[in-house]
Design a protein around this ligand. Structure first.
Ligand SMILES: Cc1cc2nc3c(=O)[nH]c(=O)nc-3n(C[C@H](O)[C@H](O)[C@H](O)COP(=O)(O)OP(=O)(O)OC[C@H]3O[C@@H](n4cnc5c(N)ncnc54)[C@H](O)[C@@H]3O)c2cc1C
Length: 260
């Protein structure tokens, strides 16, 4: 979906898909695509009619190796460095009309329904990062000694650990609730899905920052992997829709529900 000029405003995609006989001809560049170049199959949102904005979008299934489909710049990222993020470049890329997913005009709907399902996935990623950081921190605070004692014996440290553990469990409950809702086949999941992603990613950023704090100066160095958890947590507040966008999604549903 994402392009240089179309991030939160996904309806602004400039990649075009022009119908020609039995094919669509795609032209444009997608940026920051997770697994770009590694994946064999891609879902691409392009515009069949730019004058219609979101209603002019369509979703296409593309395969690696299709003529006119190439990979561009590989990003050098702050975190999740084990995951490739890359540009996709389409130059007169011929896509058979059978590869249209849904109908013309439904591209934005396909994308939003996908986000409803995938946001709890990002929430799970954030939850795992937070839990992993806390596990490492618990080991460290028991070992690290200052003032002749283990730093885990200080109430100031204990209270931080307690807040982290409690917030992780609250987030876990929200993620599992959203996952159960999806598994039950429920249709209206946007709000719960966005809430799980919002709360868990904000929690992961706070928890990992506090974990670095409890490692003290060592937390700021690369001697321990704790700083990596903090860098990795940050992306969960940004992708699959930033947390400001999650708040907008939740607000729209809250207001709609209360007036229904
Ligand atoms: C590592 C990585 C992997 C990614 N993988 C993919 C991928 O596989 N596929 C894909 O399509 N995209 C992917 N993205 C893109 C990602 O989804 C976007 O970066 C994200 O949606 C935000 O868009 P933007 O970066 O253009 O920020 P912008 O939209 O420019 O936003 C900038 C700031 O303004 C705020 N803002 C914007 N609009 C509003 C508003 N209406 N109200 C309040 N605040 C607002 C944002 O919250 C943000 O803080 C990836 C990004 C990264 C960094």
């Amino acid at each position: 979906m994402t392009e240089a000029g179309a991030g939160s405003d996904a309806a602004a995609v400039a990649t075009t898909a022009e119908k020609k006989g039995d094919c669509y001809i795609l032209n444009g560049t997608k940026q920051w695509i997770t697994n770009g170049g590694e994946a064999e199959v891609y879902t691409v949102i392009a515009s069949v009619d730019r004058s219609k904005g979101a209603r002019g979008a369509a979703a296409f299934i593309l395969e690696k190796g299709m003529p006119g489909f190439e990979f561009g710049k590989k990003e050098d990222k702050m975190g999740i460095r084990a995951s490739v993020t890359r540009e996709l470049v389409f130059t007169d890329c011929k896509v058979p009309k059978e590869n249209l997913l849904g109908r013309e005009g439904l591209g934005f709907v396909v994308a939003m329904k996908t986000f409803d399902q995938s946001r709890p996935g990002v929430a799970s990623q954030a939850l795992g990062i937070a839990q992993g950081a806390l596990d490492l921190t618990l080991e460290y605070v028991k070992e690290r000694r200052q003032f002749g004692k283990s730093i885990s014996s200080f109430q100031g440290v204990q209270f931080m650990l307690v807040d982290m553990a409690t917030e992780i469990e609250a987030a876990r409950a929200l993620v599992y609730a959203a996952a159960r809702m999806i598994d039950s086949g429920a249709k209206k999941i946007s709000k719960d899905s966005a809430m799980a992603k919002l709360f868990t990613s904000d929690m992961a950023m706070k928890v990992t920052t506090d974990c670095v704090q409890l490692f003290g100066g060592y937390g700021y160095m690369r001697d321990y992997p704790i700083e990596k958890y903090m860098r990795d947590a940050k992306i969960t507040q940004i992708y699959e829709g930033t947390n400001q966008i999650q708040r907008s999604v939740i607000a729209a549903h809250l207001i709609k529900q209360s007036t229904a």
